[in-house]
Design a protein around this ligand. Sequence first.
Ligand code: PLP
Length: 411
Amino acid sequence: MAKINGNYLELQGSYLFAEIAKRRTKFMSENPGADIISLGIGDVTRPLTPAVVSSLHAGVDEMSNEKTFRGYGPEQGYDFLIETIIEHDYKARGISLEKNEVFVSDGSKCDVGNIQEIFSQDSIVAVMDPVYPVYVDSNVMAGRAGHFNPETKRYDGIVYIPTHAENQFIPSLPTQKVDLIYLCYPNNPTGMTLSKEELKKWVDYARDNKCVILYDSAYEAYIQEEDVPHSIYEVEGAKEVAIEFRSFSKTAGFTGVRCAYTVVPRELKAYDESGNAVALNDLWNRRQTTKFNGVSYITQVGAAAVYTEEGRQQIKQLVDYYMTNAKMIRDGLASLGLEVFGGVNAPYIWLKTPNGLSSWEFFDKLLTEANIVGTPGVGFGRNGEGYFRLTAFGSRENTQRALERINKLSL
Ligand code: PLP
């Protein structure tokens, strides 16, 4: 008899986006002509940049010629892309990496979801609350989260570290033993960042306690302020304790193309049952070569174009476009007296709902009175209650129109 992985039954339904869709559909059926603007989902709307497009075309041409055709590539990614990544994303910031420390993949979601496989079943996992749900759910599937408690609205096996306005969204170090720590900066959903000094506290903690930090930096390209670290490896000693995830999705509009990379430094070790140190780089390499067959050559050629001079200028314009939206949203909401966070080094604006409305009450108000769809903060965790996420990924025109509508609301 085939039995299921019972851990899957511990997963909570993907309540957030299902519930958003349900409420939106109901509203649309009752108001058929409504012109809904979505500032909810974290997906980009601008097309690929010209440098990337012409590089993708060149890749297709190579694949259509017998002499330049390529079949399976290295599972870890082609050297031409890895070398460019190291040169521009790391060496330029004083961080040295070897080629075998960078693993190109088809997305950070897969990598942050899969990485837990190389750690022991009994690892204790810490996440921030609110949190990008993949960190939690992938550990639920692996059986590390224990049971979901409907009263606390939390898994009893996971350590949740609250971030909210009262602690300036700066998480405190865990007060109980943990083994794996997921950090996401710039943060989804709050749009907030950590200073190098704050990040150093986590690195030092991980070094002192033999933990591993899983550092999701999918929004790194949106950092605008000088003093915000772009990579955890800017902190001394971080290579001993951290894996870093980066993605071309939000950087270069690759959400539908799919390319990302993960850095697993050679120095990074975790321990076997007898306490012997084992290089995680070897384990991740083994995992990837067994279960992953590389990103398409065409995609990698396209991703490499992001780093050409022309490519870099175009990416900057793309990021500037979204960050102008972010500033418009931030300033627009603040001028109405709302408390807003994020949106300075990230494409997410996290706002405190007015008049003590719950996240869902504010969702309904925006939907019914302004025909705008956003994301209720509580969907990202218990501490997101009373907050709401808007994204800067819409078009300029829709962002402007949404703000005009919000302006007319009585808040
Ligand atoms: N990490 C975070 C924090 C995200 O918000 C997202 C996408 O929304 C991802 C990872 C997924 O990135 P990718 O498109 O590379 O899978």
